[in-house]
Each structure stands twice: as structure tokens, then as C-alpha cells.
Design a protein around this ligand. Structure first.
Ligand code: FES
Length: 184
């Protein structure tokens, strides 16, 4: 009986070389190299795309048009924009206006308007503010801030929350910022 020769295979032919059936080391390194190149290109493309579309926060405009002056009864605190804008528009007896920011100057809660008591009262720690915004009770250290109010060419009151009259303590808001009062 003839001896089995692994080089010739079981039937005497030439056995297939291992190199012919699996990838060589060179192939694997080459593939890894190309994968790296593709990865770097992909990451660069991703970075470029993010650069072209930066994460910008589009905030709503601080300016909004309210209503016509004639739609505000005299001596009223109008709460129509309190929820959406945190703004009260106040009309005085003489027909003039000012806008108050509905943010408590203690820690930023939203006060409520109590017309029967003619005052704003903060539900968080009890600060009270007069109709003109002056603080008179509780821990709030200063009056409510006012906001720039103007009249548009179309005859609407326009509130610009980008222009805030920051009130200091101890001085009447009207005296601190006479420009916060709009006379129409
Ligand atoms: Fe208004 Fe404290 S936040 S009293």
C-alpha cells in the first residue's frame, strides 16, 4: 500500500495551498488600512455637515404686537399676555400705558393680579407689588421691571421684551424710568 503524501492529497493530486483559500496577512492589513481611510473621510464629512448646519437656538422674537389702545379700558391691568409672554399691560386713568414683566424680583415666580386688592401678589413667598410695580411686602428686594412699550404705524401697542427697564429699590418706577410710560 502506498504511503499517504499530504502534499499530493488523498487521491494523489496536489492539495490546495492554505494561502489560496484564506486571506493573507497582507490582505488583512490592506483592508484595515482602507477601513481607516474610509472612517476618517466619513468622520470629516460628518464634521463638515455639522459645521454647515450649526446648532442654533431659534428663540421667539422678544417683540410682539398687542392691541389697539382703545381696546384697553382706563385703569385696568390687562392679563391677556401674561400666560404667553409674562407681560401685563396697564392703562392708567390719564390714558397712558406701561408694561410690567410678570416675573417676581425675589426668585422669579409669576405673581398674580388681584384687582379687588389692587395689587400683585407672588404665590411663592408672598411678595406684594403695587399697581405701578413697587414692592411693598415680602422678600422681593425691588419693584417689578417694566418693558419698552411703543405704538406701531398700524396703531397697535408694541411690547419689546428686549428692552427692559430694570428697577432699583426705593425709588418710584415712574421716577426711575419715565420713558417706560407711553402716552398716546
Ligand atoms: Fe416671589 Fe419669592 S419668588 S416672593
Amino acid at each position: 500500500m502506498a504511503d499517504y503524501n499530504p502534499a499530493k492529497g488523498a487521491h494523489g493530486g496536489v492539495a490546495p495551498s492554505l494561502d489560496a483559500t484564506i486571506w493573507s496577512r497582507r490582505d488583512i492589513f490592506s483592508l484595515a488600512g482602507w477601513a481607516g481611510v474610509v472612517g476618517v473621510i466619513g468622520a470629516s464629512l460628518l464634521a463638515f455637515t455639522r459645521f454647515m448646519f450649526p446648532r442654533v437656538l431659534f428663540e421667539p422674537s422678544p417683540v410682539f404686537a398687542a392691541d389697539r389702545p382703545e381696546n384697553f379700558p382706563s385703569r385696568t391691568v390687562d392679563e391677556r399676555w401674561k400666560k404667553s409672554q409674562r407681560v401685563w399691560i396697564v392703562r392708567r386713568e390719564d390714558g397712558s400705558f406701561y408694561a410690567l414683566l410678570a416675573i417676581c424680583t425675589h426668585l422669579g415666580c409669576t405673581p398674580n393680579w388681584f384687582s379687588a386688592e389692587d395689587k400683585f401678589k407672588c404665590p411663592c413667598h408672598g411678595s406684594g407689588f403695587k399697581r405701578d410695580g413697587t414692592n411693598f411686602e415680602g422678600p422681593a428686594p425691588r419693584p417689578l421691571d417694566r418693558i419698552r412699550l411703543s405704538l406701531s404705524p398700524e396703531g397697535l401697542l408694541v411690547v419689546d421684551k428686549g428692552q427692559i427697564f430694570r428697577m432699583a429699590p426705593g425709588v418710584s418706577p415712574d421716577q426711575q424710568y419715565p420713558q417706560s410710560i407711553l402716552r398716546v
